[in-house]
Design a protein around this ligand. Structure first.
Ligand SMILES: Cc1cc2nc3c(=O)[nH]c(=O)nc-3n(C[C@H](O)[C@H](O)[C@H](O)COP(=O)(O)O)c2cc1C
Length: 221
């Protein structure tokens, strides 16, 4: 089948678009409002952009009332945000933190996760999450869209610091991803959980590329 997105004439009962780009990592983003209220929300339009230095992005569509989301406003005003890894064990808390609540509500308290101070930035980290990035706001890219929710703010941040729980570092020097069990978004109401992995080594004679990909060198590709 083929359909044009401007017509969205796929003919299916459920829009297939989000299912065509899976799995999407979930950036569980914590910020601090100007008034000092802790905010927490999941964003599956989330990715790393590069690694030297590392940058990440999350893309926030506008709220149903047409206002910009709290994570966007806070990241811009405070100049900082934190990425927390969402895991299978934290799935309910992550999901509950997606509720649209007024900015004065502390969403760490709302969903019952532990506020842990960051080392460099002001927003708190989710204490139960195995990995957190402390990020400095870099730039907003605003893409026009259809309707009040269509317009999206792409927030780019530079990763200043990385926290990894020691219990998830294997003796061989790699992370215990199967132990962490990160979750990712699919389409519809579906999620995936990383419960298996397989290895492939990049072909070709370039040793730097191979070691970079593996992460053995300081900066990978
Ligand atoms: C797993 C998951 C992924 C989500 N991904 C996004 C996303 O990429 N962009 C977005 O605008 N909203 C996304 N949402 C909805 C936001 O989390 C929700 O609108 C939240 O209330 C935003 O909070 P904030 O205003 O405090 O930033 C997602 C929700 C869930 C449960």
């Amino acid at each position: 089948m083929f359909y044009e997105t401007k017509r969205n004439d796929h003919g299916l009962l459920f829009d297939p678009f989000k299912s065509c780009l899976v799995p999407r990592p979930i950036g569980w983003i914590s910020t601090l409002s100007r008034e000092g209220v802790a905010n927490l929300a999941p964003y599956s339009q989330f990715q790393n952009l590069t690694f030297d230095p590392p940058y990440v992005m999350f893309a926030a569509n506008q709220k149903t009332d047409g206002n910009r989301k709290d994570s966007v406003v806070n990241a811009e005003q405070c100049g900082e945000f934190v990425y927390n890894m969402a895991t299978y064990d934290l799935r309910e808390e992550m999901n509950n933190s997606s509720q649209e609540v007024p900015p004065h509500v502390d969403e760490f308290e709302l969903v019952g996760v532990t506020k842990v101070p960051s080392t460099i930035v002001k927003p708190f980290r989710v204490g139960e999450s195995p990995v957190q990035f402390e990020c400095r706001y870099h730039q907003t890219l605003r893409l026009p869209g259809n309707g009040t929710m269509g317009t999206v703010d792409v927030i780019v941040g530079r990763v200043l610091g990385v926290h990894i729980k020691d219990e998830f570092i294997l003796p061989e020097g790699k992370l215990d991803i199967l132990g962490m069990r990160p979750i990712a978004r699919l389409g519809y109401h579906d999620y995936a959980c990383i419960e298996s992995l397989f290895e492939m080594v990049i072909p070709g004679p370039n040793e730097d590329v191979r070691l970079g990909m593996e992460g053995r060198r300081k900066h990978g590709v």
